[in-house]
Design a protein around this ligand. Structure first.
Ligand SMILES: [Zn+2]
Length: 368
């Protein structure tokens, strides 16, 4: 496989359109035709990670945090980022990042964190609204599979871990073409009746133009009849944070021990009482303080996130237990999820891909 294949893998799991507008995700450095057989995963690209990549003969480093965030004015060894870009290019190592698009994905940062802390079936704390459109298209029976396949390959019909989701209902279509028409079925100026399928698929709004274009090119009719409906439901594939219930209630003290052990955190900051009971848990890996009110509204007993400020703890007081387990600590757990998915994807493609999670901590913060 090559870098372009890896790009498609991430596009299907963590589409670019779900990243924050000012984020910079995807290929950071590298040619799309670059062969990839040996891949290293880390939370950040650092000189030490690059050194490890060289030792391991890595073709591609996948990180969560992008190396190139603001457009650089030059690439030289006079600054930290420029020196690393040069070093990667010289060593022919590609770099790919999935950042806020990985935060918002099922199986992404917050989902993995929730599952690691004992929530078997997490849901998004804030599912994205107004991002889904339903496309309904009327297709003659013998063409329905081709039209559905074209729509699916452009991004339609994804619900959670399921792809090519559609609904099909048989009916009868009628039309009468003008003298200038060239109908695929029947003759101009005659009322025709054709058995048709009403094919329905969900599409994320940013993919609508591409899906409609693919649908039209696979459809046999000169004029394609289709409807677009805006959906009110939250998008089950994209959202922020995660929420769910522990299998058994426990004291906050016991839960904090679990957080510390699971995330290998040296210390965690929290507000609340050690003896209070927690069952409903909300999480957001990395800086998720802005979701505190959502966690309270959704009746979570405890909210686990990072980068919490003093006043954040104050505003949580008496309303929810708040835990700051560290930015690196709440995010590094997602590296397992990336590795597992990449391994099973390569296996399904019958291709050899060595996937290694770096054991080096790239956490710049230490406890004293
Ligand atoms: Zn982060």
């Amino acid at each position: 496989m090559n870098l372009a294949d890896v790009e498609i893998f991430f596009e299907e799991w963590t589409p670019r359109w779900t990243a924050w507008e000012r984020d910079n995700v995807g290929i950071q450095i590298g040619r799309r035709s670059r062969k990839v057989a040996n891949l290293l995963i880390a939370l950040d690209a650092t000189p030490e990670i690059i050194e490890e990549a060289v030792t391991r003969k890595t073709d591609l480093i996948v990180t969560h945090h992008p190396l190139l965030f603001r457009p650089p004015s030059s690439i030289s060894d006079s600054d930290y980022v420029g020196a690393m870009v040069l070093s990667l290019a010289e060593k022919r190592i590609a770099l790919f990042s999935a950042h806020t698009n990985l935060d918002s994905a099922t199986g992404g940062v917050s989902y993995t964190l929730a599952q690691a802390l004992g929530i078997a079936k997490p849901a998004f704390l804030v599912p994205l609204k107004d991002t889904l459109v339903k496309i309904v298209v009327f297709v003659p029976e013998q063409h329905v599979d081709a039209v559905a396949a074209a729509m699916a390959s452009s991004g339609a019909g994804i619900i959670g871990e399921y792809q090519s989701c559609s609904f099909r209902m048989t009916g009868k279509g009628t039309f009468r073409g003008s003298a200038h028409s060239t109908p695929a079925l029947g003759k101009p100026l005659r009322l025709e009746e054709v058995p048709e399928i009403r094919l329905e698929m969900m599409v994320p709004r940013p993919r609508v133009t591409a899906v409609v274009a693919a649908m039209k090119s696979a459809h046999p009719y000169e004029e394609v009849a289709y409807d677009l409906y805006t959906l009110e439901n939250g998008n089950p594939n994209v959202g922020m944070g995660a929420i769910g219930e522990l299998s058994k209630p426990m004291t906050l003290g016991a839960f904090l021990s679990r957080v510390k052990r699971t995330l290998r955190a040296n210390s965690i900051r929290f507000s609340g009482s050690m003896s209070q009971t927690v069952k409903r848990v909300a999480v957001c890996g990395g800086s998720g303080s802005e979701l505190l009110e959502n966690a309270i509204r959704d009746k979570a007993d405890v909210f686990v996130t990072a980068d919490v400020r003093y006043h954040g703890f104050h505003s949580a007081s008496g309303r929810i237990a708040l835990v700051d387990a560290g930015h690196y600590e709440t995010e590094h757990i997602v590296l397992n999820s990336i590795a597992e998915r990449l391994r099973s994807w390569a296996k399904a493609r019958n291709e050899k891909l060595v996937v290694t999670i770096s054991k080096q901590s790239t956490n710049p913060i230490h406890s004293f």
